[in-house]
Design a protein around this ligand. Sequence first.
Ligand code: R5P
Length: 305
Amino acid sequence: MADDHRESKEAKEFGIGIPVAPHTYYLRGLDNVDWGMKDRLARIFDPRSARTVMLAFDHGYIMGPTSGLERIDLTILPLVPHADCLMCTRGILRASVPPVHRKPVCLRASAGTTVLNELNDECVLDLEDAIRLNASAVAAMVSIGGPFEAKTVRNLVRLVDEGGRYGVPVMGVTAVGKDMVRDARYLGLASRVCAENGAHLVKTYYCSEGFERVVAGCPVPIVIAGGKKLPENEALEMAYRAVSDGAAGVDMGRNVFQADNPIAMIQAVRAVVHDGAKPGEALELYRGAVGSGSPRGRRTARRGQ
Ligand code: R5P
């Protein structure tokens, strides 16, 4: 027994004299959050590129069965393998997304009025249910300058408090009202307000003038929403300009699932976000995938009904 103890002691290697390498977290502004939160964020943002391609399909919570989202099983599930993260509501997650995809979920955690009413009069769900769903992040709408500004900021603050308790990151989603101009001044203010109130990531819109200032003024990662459907070349150009200006990726919905070939489109977006493809190169990838008759997601699924 005494001999055994002596042998194992001799075999040990403590690396005396080799300094322990310091760890710096790879996402801006998030060095000081807890381990669990960093682990969840690392599921969303690929540590190799420090970027993400999130697939947003939460539109139904305000818009009902949006074009392209009528049947999640037919249109969205084929895209899931190509996304870094899924953004959806808990209702759709439980009803339509089988729990076998092994993708992180950014759960839409605020809800209230729909497009039939004044938007953004919202509450937030109980974080316990997000944890039950194994969400890697939760998202709340924040309507800066709108009639429900204070209410939506309170929603964000509540989620940040609860998220901090359990290590769940919170995404502030900057809402844009009908009358609000999507310029750098407004988007920069709204994004900064989200970060100041503790959001760990922010989703906002791209603006062609001054977006680099929006990113620079927000101390945590920003991802862009795609907005209304654009021609594929314009959507790829927007994604390219956004990441070139410092965005940490996209949280894109309609420009993917309403594309003529959604699978080819999300692959082209990935090329821009993760591989540094130029918009023209990504468009070639898109067209090549369409031309080669690669799987077509939505259309294939519809033919198969
Ligand atoms: C908007 O708040 C919705 O939550 C969507 O997730 C968001 O707008 C991204 O989708 P899209 O790229 O279609 O704008």
